[in-house]
Design a protein around this ligand. Structure first.
Ligand code: 0X9
Ligand code: ZN
Length: 413
């Protein structure tokens, strides 16, 4: 009987998971402005899942079911837009990645379950944060800055060796649920600063760090339990029967302008009003409470290997762009020197395409944090969001150099 109950439970859990059998991801290359507008129109329709938005120059990555892909491809042929296959069977790719044997790599602790050779759910990340704070009270202060819609804690960790007047750097991860490499990398940075403090004390001694490794915990959890490709929050503000808003279109700076959608089923839905998403409102307040100290805001996403500099609401350069670019290039050069992973550094609205209401723009434009960046971690067109866990360590190790340069440069000027 017990076996039967367990078997039934397993069935329920499995059948609740969205399957992506024969879903395809294609990379499309609009060349003319008419073609680009056509692709952007498709994105706003909400019918397709854009893994990557239609960049001003370059390409967009689009996922669709087999049926939707047939009509999409015929539209592309009619409009003369070239495309190539990125992933031919998304579910096949997910299953293949899940079957990769787990190779133990990276640090391990007896105090928490989190490691960097696997992706973990919210609770394990939360436990890690509490363990760091408990074990290193001289370096780490934990604060819960609010809860998510479903009641999960929004954890903020301050890493500081004390003293007054230090520049502050605020880092967040996991704003987009399916970008699993983001919280994995951000937690590694936290661990390296705290548990390995003695190896590079200057990284912590010269800066006060503020980390929020998982700012969309409901969406993240949902991407583990129900739908691996979930991007948004899990709010129910819409009447269209669709859940969630894009947390990175929800910030109150040029809200609902270019590269957004007012259609609740779209992946780039703005939400009904700015800061409608409780998680973003809580992060906003946590930032505002420290804004006068903060010199750098860094939000960690994936994928695409880009460092995006404001503005992103349109192809507009801030007047101090050269300074942001200089620091960005220094940091990405250090990253690239590790394993030769190349990053594009540029103005978001230009190299990525307009996407208004994002956190980086708000942090610069409203909170007044001069150096505000979006870091798009690897990869660049092989696995996309499905980056295998075996890649966490290489990504974390190279990204550490990026963080090191931020600390060094910001404390020097
Ligand atoms: O579109 C986004 O929200 C970010 N890319 S992602 O593929 N991770 O979704 C980029 C946001 C860049 N910043 C602005 N447009 N302001
Ligand atoms: Zn993202």
């Amino acid at each position: 009987m017990k076996v039967l109950v367990v078997a039934l439970l397993c069935l329920v859990v499995t059948s609740a998971t969205v399957k992506f059998n024969w879903y395809e991801v294609i990379r499309v290359y609009p060349k003319t402005s008419v073609q680009l507008n056509f692709i952007r129109h498709l994105e706003h329709s909400g019918k397709y899942d854009f893994w990557k938005t239609a960049a001003t120059k370059g390409f967009a990555d689009i996922m669709a079911s087999k049926e939707n892909m047939i009509s999409l491809k015929s539209m592309l042929r009619v409009t003369g837009i070239r495309y190539s296959i990125f992933i031919s069977d998304v579910q096949g790719k997910i299953d293949q990645i899940n079957a990769i044997p787990r190779k133990e790599a990276g640090p391990k602790s007896s105090r928490y379950a989190l490691t960097w050779d696997n992706y973990y759910q919210y609770e394990t990340i939360r436990e890690f944060c509490y363990a760091l704070a408990q074990d290193y009270p001289d370096l780490v202060t934990l604060e819960v800055v609010g809860t998510s819609l479903e009641g999960r804690e929004l954890v903020l960790l301050k890493i500081s060796s004390g003293g007054e007047g230090k520049p502050g750097i605020f880092v967040d991860g996991g704003i987009h649920a399916r970008e699993w490499i983001s919280p994995a990398t951000v937690t590694y940075m936290m661990r390296e600063m705290v548990e390995n403090y003695a190896a590079h004390p200057e990284v912590v001694d010269n800066v006060d760090w503020y980390f929020m490794p998982l700012i969309n915990p409901d969406g993240y959890e949902f991407s583990h339990t129900d739908n691996r490709m979930w991007r948004k929050t899990r709010s129910t503000t819409s009447i269209a029967g669709c859940y969630g808003a894009d947390p990175n279109r929800n910030w109150d700076f040029h809200w609902a302008e270019g590269g957004t959608s007012s259609y609740p089923c779209s992946e780039i839905y703005t939400g009904p009003v700015p800061f409608s998403e409780i998680e973003m409102a809580n992060v906003r307040d946590a930032i505002l409470a420290r804004a006068s100290q903060l010199r750098i805001y860094l939000t960690v996403h994936s994928y695409g290997q880009m460092l995006l500099i404001p503005w992103g609401y349109d192809a507009v350069y801030p007047e101090d762009y050269p300074e942001l670019e200089e620091l960005g290039l220094a940091a990405t050069d250090a990253l690239t020197a590790v394993y030769n992973t190349k990053y594009d550094v540029g103005c978001s609205g230009v190299i990525y395409g307009p996407a208004a209401g994002a956190s980086d723009d708000w942090n610069k434009g409203v909170a007044g944090i001069k150096y505000s960046y979006t870091l798009e971690l690897p990869d660049n067109g092989r696995y996309g969001f499905l980056l295998p866990a075996t890649e966490i360590m290489p990504v974390a190790v190279e990204t550490w150099e990026f963080f090191r340069v931020l600390a060094e440069r910001i404390s020097a000027n």
